[in-house]
Design a protein around this ligand. Structure first.
Ligand code: DQA
Length: 148
């Protein structure tokens, strides 16, 4: 099984960026934690980050036929991007929406997700552990799909 982790804008700044909200863990640290858990679960992961909406759209499109699931922290594009929503809806690869912070406990503009309805579910508010929960959810979706 292959899982694609996609990270949106400003997540390259994790560790330095608003640590009171996002913690001190860097994206590289998160990637290491995800890789360690993925090895235990015997799944392959690829980890990418972009500040560009179009690049994220292209990576979602290319996941079709290559990856079994996507775990997506779309960051600010979560709240604005119809392009990401359409890409997810268009490829039919199970996608799990994740966030470090609890977006529902923050500013009102973060309560709305343009991608939630086309994702299998949303994990929000568990800090770096949201990524591990996203991995577990993606594996579980795949296991359930393969059950008779
Ligand atoms: C975020 C929440 C978004 O509202 C915000 O724009 C981010 C990060 C999170 O992981 O908590 O950049 O997706």
């Amino acid at each position: 099984m292959k899982i694609l982790f996609l990270n949106g804008p400003n997540l390259n700044l994790l560790g330095q960026r608003e640590p009171e909200t996002y913690g001190r863990t860097t994206l590289a640290d998160i990637e290491s934690k995800v890789r360690a858990r993925a090895a235990q679960l015997h799944v392959d992961v690829e980890f990418r980050q972009s500040n560009l909406e179009g690049e994220l759209v292209e990576w979602i499109q290319m996941a079709k036929g290559t990856f079994d699931a996507i775990v997506l922290n779309a960051a600010a594009y979560t709240h604005t991007s119809i392009a990401l929503r359409d890409a997810i809806a268009g490829i039919g690869v199970a996608t799990v929406e994740i966030h470090l912070s609890n977006v529902h406990a923050r500013e009102e503009f973060r309560h709305r997700s343009t991608i939630a309805a086309v994702c299998r579910g949303q994990i929000t508010g568990f800090g770096a552990f949201s990524y591990i929960l996203g991995l577990e959810a993606a594996v579980n979706i795949n296991d359930s799909k393969n059950k008779p």
